[in-house]
Design a protein around this ligand. Structure first.
Ligand SMILES: [Zn+2]
Length: 114
């Protein structure tokens, strides 16, 4: 139930933002979803539809997901490359001193309100 936890956390953040800005209805939420964030978009959407019914400000809220490509940074040569293509080993210099710098998180990009 990994997705459900993230859905709840997103809803909480959106509700908080709506309250702070005196918003009555949130029409649409755009999320940036990292390619290696481990969530399954179709399952995430199911959780979303089910969860927002309980939320007064979000019960008609649409969800848009933008998939962000995963990128890895190499500490040895300073280059970046596609994580899904090459994994942990740098394709330029062969180093394994690399880390994922993008594509892991789920981030709220924007909200559309009524
Ligand atoms: Zn390298």
């Amino acid at each position: 139930m990994h997705e459900l936890g993230i859905v709840f956390s997103v809803i909480q953040q959106v509700e908080k933002a709506a309250k702070e800005n005196d918003v009555k209805k949130v029409k649409k939420v755009t999320l940036e979803v990292g390619e290696v964030s481990t969530i399954v978009p179709s399952y995430f959407e199911d959780c979303w539809k089910w969860s927002i019914k309980k939320s007064e400000v979000m019960n008609e809220c649409e969800l848009e997901m933008i998939i962000i490509k995963a990128g890895t940074y190499c500490e040895d040569c300073g280059k970046t490359y596609s994580t899904t293509q090459y994994g942990k080993k740098c394709p330029y210099c062969g180093s394994e001193k690399t880390y994922l710098y993008t594509g892991k998180d789920v981030v709220i990009k924007s909200l559309e309100v009524v």
